[in-house]
Design a binder for this molecule. Structure first.
Ligand SMILES: CSCCC(=O)C(=O)COP(=O)(O)O
Ligand SMILES: [Mg+2]
Length: 248
C-alpha cells in the first residue's frame, strides 16, 4: 500500500538515470561512447593510476579473464561494478571536454532543483555512475554547470543501490536523519532498499522512459510532481500542474 508522505523532507537524494536524465541518453549516448572509447583508453593511459587500479580490480573480480573482455561483458550486462564505472567515467571525461557529450537533463530538473535549494533543502546524488562521472553530467548540461546545486555525491563506494546498508552508510557519513531524507528513483528495488533504511521514497515514473509505476511507494511523473507530493517548492510558475498522474 502507498504511504502518504507525512514529514516534510530536508534532504533530497537523487538517482540519475531515469530520474533526472533520460534512460535513452545513458543507453544510447553514454554507454556506446564508453564502449567505443574503452580499448583505446586502456592502451593510451596504461600508466594512469586510475586505469591501473580499475584493471587490478577487474582482474581480482574475474581472475584468469582478459580484463577488456570482462569489461565488455559487464557493459553488455549493464553490470553496476566499480571498476567499469570508473573507466566509463574516464571515457566520458574525454567526451565532455572535447565537446562530444552534453548532458540532456529532463527540462523540469534544473528549475525544480534550484527552487528546492533556494528553499533551504540539501540536494545530493546517489548513482551507480562514479562520483567523477556524476560531476561531469551536472558539469556539462545544456543549462551549463549546475554541480553547485549538490552538497554531496555518492556512488558504489557506499555499496549498491538495491542494498539497505548503502543508505545507512550515507546516513552515517552525513549525519542526516533517515526520516528527513527523501530518495527519488525510477527503480522500485532501489526504493525498497532506501525505505528499509528508514528513508522516505518516491518513484519517478517518467512516461518518456516507459517506467512502470510500482504499487507500494508514492509515484510522481517528474521532479515538480514529486516536490508537490512532499509539500516542497516545484520550480514551476504558479498554477502550472506539471503532471499529477501518480496512481491511487
Ligand atoms: C552517472 S553516470 C551514468 C549513469 C550510469 O553509469 C549508470 O549506471 C546509471 O546508474 P543510475 O544509478 O543513475 O541508475
Ligand atoms: Mg535510475
Amino acid at each position: 500500500m502507498r504511504e502518504i508522505p507525512s514529514h516534510t523532507p530536508r534532504v533530497v537524494l537523487l538517482d540519475i538515470e531515469g530520474t533526472t536524465l533520460p534512460v535513452a541518453f545513458v543507453h544510447k549516448v553514454l554507454f556506446p561512447y564508453a564502449r567505443q572509447c574503452l580499448p583505446t583508453l586502456l592502451q593510451q593511459r596504461a600508466t594512469d593510476p586510475a586505469v591501473k587500479e580499475a584493471l587490478a580490480q577487474t582482474r581480482q573480480m574475474a581472475p584468469g579473464v582478459d580484463p577488456l573482455e570482462q569489461l565488455e561483458r559487464w557493459m553488455a550486462e549493464d553490470a553496476k561494478v566499480a571498476p567499469l564505472k570508473s573507466l566509463q567515467g574516464l571515457c566520458w571525461e574525454q567526451g565532455y571536454r572535447q565537446g562530444d557529450l552534453v548532458a540532456e537533463l529532463y527540462p523540469d530538473v534544473v528549475p525544480c532543483l534550484r527552487a528546492l535549494k533556494a528553499a533551504g533543502l540539501v540536494l545530493a546524488v546517489y548513482s551507480s555512475g562514479s562520483e567523477p562521472a556524476q560531476k561531469l553530467i551536472y558539469g556539462y548540461t545544456r543549462q551549463g554547470d549546475v554541480t553547485d546545486l549538490f552538497s554531496a555525491f555518492f556512488d558504489l563506494r557506499v555499496g549498491g543501490k538495491k542494498e539497505a546498508a548503502s543508505y545507512r552508510t550515507i546516513l552515517d557519513e552525513t549525519g542526516w536523519q533517515a526520516a528527513d531524507v527523501v530518495f527519488l528513483s525510477d527503480v522500485v528495488a532501489e526504493l525498497d532498499a532506501a525505505a528499509q533504511a528508514g528513508l522516505q521514497v518516491c518513484q519517478i515514473a517518467r512516461p518518456e522512459d516507459g517506467t512502470v509505476a510500482g504499487t507500494h511507494h508514492p509515484v510522481a511523473v517528474s521532479l515538480p510532481d514529486a516536490a508537490r507530493l512532499f509539500g516542497l517548492p516545484t520550480g514551476l510558475p504558479a498554477g502550472q500542474p506539471g503532471g499529477l498522474e501518480r496512481g491511487a
